[in-house]
Design a protein around this ligand. Structure first.
Ligand SMILES: *[C@@H]1O[C@H](CO)[C@@H](O)[C@H](O)[C@H]1NC(C)=O
Ligand SMILES: *[C@@H]1O[C@H](CO)[C@@H](O)[C@H](O)[C@H]1NC(C)=O
Length: 232
């Protein structure tokens, strides 16, 4: 997200300034923590349930490239490019780094994050051996607005309510929707990909309260149902 010095409110950005903002729309959604979450192992620091990832963690583009994680690579390079470009012009850059954004689907098509949940409720026999950082899309939207509005916002903001393996997400969904056929088996056997923690401290300074994963999952399923991606 770009904030031009002197424009401390979204509403103060005139149409003339808008193209610059739009130019960096892609960067606004730049994440280090999104799929392929492996992106974070790319820095040779192991992630385990005790490890707390924060805004000082960066992906190493060379490692991401070696892993063939093109989606993560595009996000990593976009963030770098924006930072370099804006430094040159003395424009402040604020980056929001959300995880897999779930919750109500606004557009008619499916997005990657919602399809991760759809795959758990559409009758597939197994779930993936993968741990994602999850966040409600409403928190992501709110964080962007707050980062514009709060003049002291600075640098990067991690935005993850909880990191959970698909096995845990499947458990929550099974409990919530007992009549649905939710996979009980992983595509791999144990051990599962470990989870880790993500610091919420900095995001809290934007006033983000973090909608719990359970609420986000319910909102996602209800939205997928309403949009007829799933029928039950
Ligand atoms: C979500 O899906 C829409 C429609 O396919 C697409 O235009 C948009 O870029 C997608 N957003 C993300 C973040 O993938
Ligand atoms: C599950 O994924 C983790 C992380 O990629 C890996 O270490 C583990 O071996 C995988 N489990 C199996 C049984 O493949």
């Amino acid at each position: 997200m770009v904030q031009r010095r002197g424009y401390n409110s979204l509403r103060q950005i005139s149409l003339r300034k808008m193209p610059l903002t739009l130019l960096f729309k892609a960067v606004m959604a730049s994440f280090i923590l999104l799929p392929p979450l492996n992106s974070l192992s790319m820095i040779h620091r192991p992630r385990t349930p005790e490890v707390v990832v924060d805004e000082t963690w960066f992906s190493d583009p060379n490692i991401v490239r070696e892993l063939g994680r093109w989606y993560a690579l595009s996000k990593t390079l976009a963030e770098d490019a924006a930072r370099n470009f804006l430094n040159e012009y003395d424009i402040k850059l604020v980056v929001i780094n959300p995880g897999a954004s779930i919750g109500p689907v606004l557009q008619p098509e499916l997005n990657l994050s919602s399809s991760l949940i759809l795959n758990l409720i559409n009758g597939s026999p197994t779930f993936q051996n993968y741990s994602f950082g999850w966040i409600n899309v409403k928190d992501v939207a709110n964080a962007h607005i707050q980062a514009y509005e709060i003049i002291s916002s600075t640098g990067r903001y991690c935005l993850i309510e909880r990191v959970a393996h698909f096995s845990e997400v499947a458990d929550i969904l099974r409990h919530m929707y007992p009549t649905l056929k939710i996979p009980e088996k992983c595509e791999d056997d144990e051990p599962f990909m470990p989870t880790f923690q993500v610091s919420k401290e900095k995001a809290k300074s934007l006033g983000i309260e973090f909608i719990p994963l359970e609420v986000s999952l319910r909102e996602t399923v209800e939205s997928l149902k309403e949009k007829k991606f799933v029928d039950f």
